[in-house]
Design a protein around this ligand. Structure first.
Ligand SMILES: *[C@@H]1O[C@H](CO)[C@@H](O)[C@H](O)[C@H]1NC(C)=O
Ligand SMILES: *[C@@H]1O[C@H](CO)[C@@H](O)[C@H](O)[C@H]1NC(C)=O
Ligand SMILES: *[C@@H]1O[C@H](CO)[C@@H](O)[C@H](O)[C@H]1NC(C)=O
Length: 898
């Protein structure tokens, strides 16, 4: 069964100190680029995963000639470091954003690194090929790869990438922890991905009552080149005290491994180039080379199983984003539903076969009191058909279950997508606001609400006059937190206003306005740099007039049509002005005269943008690196990591590369300056990774803030990019992790919950929820924490026999302050896969034909897949799943061999 996730040192008192929770993990290779501070020149898990993914991506693109562009040539890439932006620019052409691809690689790398940090995985020897648990290690490795496949086939790509990260971690660990390289091997283990094949002659951990095969001799120094006994048995090192090292066995080694001071002293790990961490540091590069080959093999295997299209979706090898609609289907919504249909059709027609063709289409209808199911498809025609089946269904009254539907959409929409909500009602489920905000921030999805408010509907909707003017506040909050907006319009304009759906692409950035808050009569400024195109100003509200002024002093007013600066369109109270390309660089101004507060937003197309995430540097312990965090935590020294996209692949640059030098942090919504920190490159500059420590003042209490990168474009002019989503400082660290094994119907799975405070005492209630509503029990419902204290909880999730196989369960834990506490809620989301018992077997089957782990690539599954997931609480079954013919054949193949 499942191993104990919580290491024995944590089984004692539930309250522990900080040092213990960041205690040394046991794993191989260093986790990420941050680790290079401790051991420069080492190759990390992140390097191996990204390089392998780029290799297989390039292999795939080499076989598919880009539409209307010259085929890529392998010669152009030989002997060069592969870079995502280079490959993208060469394949799709300049100007197409690699953001989502880079983000997908980042998801895989962070999930990989998290194996070294998460309580459920860091100390489990089975997940790291430690302690001679090689057979168990392989079972887990194959299990994680199989979960990747199942999740990808269920169009759950975010989850698939997480499982892929875990699988690659284990796979790479094998080469650093075992003596494979010491045995003289230079190629990946041929049977590591095939559990029915014999692994090797394994050293026995122990024989009945007797000691097992001795494998190491005593080594006194840091470096232990000759400490392996002369043997052809495959073995791996023991770390720490659990399980204890039997006599004669090798240790992992390094100054943080207590077992390595017990005879035989020393160790065998090849994690890094540093002797103080890795007794076999001299073999580090060799181990890394084989681990890279093995990672390439594993990814190629996934490619052959998923087909090229499925594999492209797994790694988001596309500049396009998804199309995700949340549609109110009550009786009054006919016009809006039509508008959504028209937009969908336009997008499908205009983009079919082009790089911007959406990868996935997601639709979540809601109609008081119900919502869902989620309809997900990669086939534009199915989507179109589904939309056409939707009709306004009469009935329904203000308010509606809009946020429940939106939450469902967020759970099924790939990260970095736009979600459009069409409704004319306020939410009935406003209690979900904070959770949906958090989820949108975590998924980095922008949510835009198109709200048609029409007084003439009073009849249909009833009670309109009694409605609170604040009823749309939850939409405002979610739009702001996610970087989207709320657009109020009227029935007769919704079709035109909905055109913004088609204008949104992955390469769209929002330009910050200065000042960020509107004051009547005051102009607001925005900066245009040389890398922006299609600069568009969007305004709505009770606007009587406006004026836009270019840096040269040319101005344009509200006249419709083409003016000196660009083209103006107006639909009722909604205006858009699109500047003629190329826009003049420099500071532009906009002044709006309006009743109340007009909404103004400036957007532009660019491939120069950035992705960001957070982490805590862990410099102590055997595997120093950056502990990935979804958001900064109050009182915990946190690093911001920015990944610049579109940097290398720019068209011919005469004046050099654009560069970001600082990050500016502001309080939201006031716009007050919270500090400016310089950005330092981490790792090789061409990778565009920059880090900045967040200022302690920002981290002293929990509140939202915005992140803006500042630098210079190639011409020495100012360059600014703002993250679309707001960030929050969480009051506490809340971590939820699942079992190392997948779940099956009829099983009960332990989850581990960890909560810690670094900013003073907290008295918190812990609430849980599960979608679909399976039974969940927890032994931690309240946590009283002092400064630097943490508590551990155990949750049991029961998967009923009736659970749909190959479906996803989402568990949410929310920590809220007791009583009148001002502490904002903190959420942790965990997504887990339920596998059919039958599919437990499919991967355990050895290939009957060959020993080679990589079979010849199967025909790419070019047919799309569609899935309907019931979203109503209490059900959550897969209603209907069908696969394209080729996909279906591959799916069946999966059962017979892999
Ligand atoms: C991928 O890696 C393999 C093994 O190192 C190599 O033979 C192949 O040329 C690489 N492919 C590309 C496109 O770099
Ligand atoms: C809490 O932890 C921080 C960071 O490790 C440390 O600097 C501080 O002294 C600790 N405070 C207490 C009261 O233990
Ligand atoms: C909950 O159970 C786990 C595992 O049995 C244990 O480690 C933890 O201390 C328990 N927490 C509480 C608050 O009882």
């Amino acid at each position: 069964m499942l191993p104990v996730e919580v290491p024995p040192s944590h089984l004692g008192p539930p309250i522990l100190l900080l040092l213990q929770l960041l205690l040394p993990p046991t794993s191989a290779f260093f986790p990420n680029i941050w680790s290079l501070l401790a051991a420069p020149g080492s190759i990390t898990h992140q390097d191996l995963s990204e390089e392998a993914a780029l290799n297989v991506t390039l292999e795939l693109l080499l076989e598919w000639p880009p539409p209307g562009r010259p085929r890529l040539r392998l010669e152009d890439y030989r002997g060069r470091t592969l870079l995502a932006d280079d490959i993208f620019a060469a394949y799709f052409g300049p100007g197409f954003s690699s953001r989502r691809f880079r983000a997908a690689l980042g998801e895989v790398s962070r999930a990989n690194a998290a194996q070294d940090f998460l309580p459920a995985s860091k100390d489990n020897p089975d997940l790291h090929f430690d302690a001679e648990r090689l057979v168990q290690g392989r079972t887990h490795l194959v299990g994680a790869l199989r979960e990747t496949l199942v999740a990808a086939r269920a169009l759950e790509y975010a989850l698939a990438r997480q499982r892929l990260g875990a699988a690659l971690h284990a796979l790479q660990d094998f080469y650093s922890h075992s003596n494979w390289v010491e045995l003289g091997e230079r190629q990946p283990h041929p049977h590591l991905l095939w559990p029915r094949q014999e692994l090797w002659s394994l050293a026995q951990a122990e024989r009945k009552m007797l000691v097992g095969d001795p494998t190491c001799s005593d080594c006194e120094g840091l470096s232990c080149p000759g400490n392996m006994l002369d043997s052809t048995l495959l073995t791996s090192g023991y770390f720490g005290m659990f399980p204890p090292k039997p006599p004669g066995k090798c240790s992992h080694g390094g100054r943080f491994d207590p077992s390595s001071s017990q005879p035989p002293r020393g160790g065998i790990n090849k994690d890094s180039t540093s002797p103080s961490f890795s007794p076999h540091h001299k073999l580090h590069l060799q181990a890394a080379e084989v681990a890279l080959l093995a990672s390439i093999e594993a990814l190629s295997l996934l490619r052959s199983r998923l087909g090229d299209r499925g594999f492209s979706r797994l790694l988001d090898i596309t500049p396009a984003s998804s199309l995700s609609f949340v549609l109110d289907t009550t009786g009054s919504m006919g016009e809006e539903i039509n508008a959504a249909k028209i937009q969908a059709r336009r997008i499908v027609e205009q983009r079919r076969g082009s790089p911007m063709e959406p990868v996935l289409y997601i639709l979540v209808p809601f109609h008081d009191p119900g919502f869902g199911p989620v309809f997900t498809t990669s086939d534009p025609d199915s989507f179109w058909q589904k939309l056409n089946e939707i009709h306004a269904l009469g009935g329904g009254d203000e308010p509606e279950m809009c946020l429940s539907a939106l939450e469902l959409a967020l759970l099924h929409t790939p990260p970095l997508s736009d979600i459009f909500v069409f409704t004319d009602a306020s939410p009935k489920d406003a209690f979900l606001t904070n959770r949906v905000e958090s989820l949108a921030q975590e998924r980095r999805c922008r949510v835009t609400f198109l709200v048609t408010e029409d007084p003439s509907r009073a009849r249909g909707r009833g009670r309109r006059e009694a409605l609170s003017p604040l009823r749309f506040e939850p939409y405002e909050a979610i739009a702001q937190a996610s970087g989207g907006e709320v657009i109020f319009t009227k029935d007769q304009h919704i079709r035109d206003v909905a055109a913004i759906v088609g204008e949104s692409t992955a390469g769209l950035v929002t330009l910050p306005l200065e000042p960020s808050v509107f004051t009547a009569g005051e102009p607001r400024a925005f900066a245009v740099d040389s890398l922006l195109r299609q600069v568009t100003v969007r305004m709505h509200g009770d606007i009587s007039s406006f004026r836009i002024k270019s840096p040269a002093g040319v101005s344009q007013g509200p006249e419709e049509g083409t003016g000196p600066l660009g083209h103006t369109r107006r639909f009722g109270q909604f205006w858009t002005v699109t500047m003629t390309d190329p826009p003049q660089t420099g500071t532009w101004e906009i002044q709006v005269a309006a009743e109340g507060t007009p909404r103004v937003r400036v957007q532009a197309q660019t491939s120069l943008d950035f992705l960001f995430h957070f982490g805590i540097p862990v410099e102590d312990g055997p595997h120093p690196g950056l502990y990935p965090l979804t958001q900064p935590v109050a009182g915990l020294q946190t690093q911001l990591l920015a990944e610049v996209t579109g940097l290398i692949s720019r068209q011919k640059l005469v004046d050099g590369q654009p560069q970001f030098s600082h990050v500016v942090l502001r309080r939201v919504p006031e716009g007050t300056h919270l500090g400016q920190v310089s950005l330092e490159p981490v790792g090789p500059p061409e990778r565009g990774l920059l880090a900045a420590p967040l200022p302690p003042t920002l981290l002293s209490f929990s509140a939202p803030f915005s992140v803006e990168l500042v630098g210079q474009d190639g011409e020495g002019r100012g360059l600014r990019r703002t993250a679309p989503q707001l960030c929050n400082v969480a009051p506490v660290l809340l971590e939820l992790s699942g079992p190392a094994d997948f779940l099956t119907p009829g099983s009960k799975a332990p989850l581990s919950l960890h909560i810690a405070s670094f900013s003073g005492s907290q008295d918190l209630d812990l609430k849980t929820s599960v979608s679909p509503s399976f039974s969940l029990t927890s032994n931690l419902s309240r946590a009283r924490l002092g400064l630097n204290e943490s508590a551990w909880g155990r949750l049991w999730l029961e998967i009923p026999d009736s659970a749909a196989p190959d479906s996803v369960v989402t568990v949410t834990v929310t920590a809220v302050g007791q009583g009148a506490s001002q502490v904002p809620p903190t959420h942790a989301f965990l997504r887990l896969l339920v596998l059919a018992p039958a599919s437990q077997l499919d991967g355990l089957e050895a290939p009957t034909h060959a020993a080679a782990p990589v079979p010849p690539p199967a025909t790419p599954a070019l047919l799309p897949s569609t899935l309907v997931t019931q979203g109503r609480a209490g059900r959550g079954m897969v209603g209907k799943a069908w696969w394209g013919t080729v996909g279906g054949v591959l799916f069946l193949l999966g059962y017979t061999s892999w």
